[in-house]
Design a protein. Sequence first.
Length: 263
Amino acid sequence: MSARREEDLKPSDAPAGDGDARAEAADGATTKALVTRARGPIITVDSRPKQPAVRTPAGFASPKQLGAFRELRTQLMNAAVSAGVGSSFTTLVVPLSAGAGGSFVARNLAAAFTLEEHRLAILIDCNIAHPTQHTALGVQMDDGGLYDYLERPHGDLQRLILPTCIPALHLIPAGHPPAIPREYLSSSAMRSAMTTLRQPDCYVFLDSQPAKTAPDARILSELADFVLLVVGYGQDTTESIAKAAALFPPTKFAGVVFNEPSA
């Protein structure tokens, strides 16, 4: 692990990556996460696996890569202590561009929080344009998902909190696209749902559409305690990263994660 000053990061430091399709690839993927907080250092966590001992299911971090997500978990928990948030908080995971691997990061970060005894995590797939979490986590959307509930908010929210293939990790899938698009994410039903989900020793993660393609991330940031921006390694310039980071409240912006899929 090594620390680098924020001004040392240049676009040339970031090798090119192909995004979600490769970030969601099977075992052997390389994950390099760089995390920075406002006015803080960039911490490089290099989890390049040499020869994985076990096969990793598609879309999940290898045992070696898990160290990078545990590091992210530790930094978020420290930030929560400093902010006085308490034993549970909500984190919004936002890809800067399509193909950055935001869903991969959100899923594996949520799973890392369940490694602690008696802790639960709920992952909410808010990306109605490209929902992937239910497929990766082996969940059937028989009762719909988030957007079905927001369209008819008098339903039972509890029925949508579904167990996954990872113990202690639950998913609220995106559900079905609404027939008539509305501002569902800023609705009173969405705020009420987030209040209901805030339980002791339970961490909530929001998987958002890319910051470049929709205003959803900015809307969801109002419901979150922290925001993580996911950038595909080599996809964007430092200028575009800084511009995207400025979209979110400085008090909530926890850092930037550079996601590097395998070659």
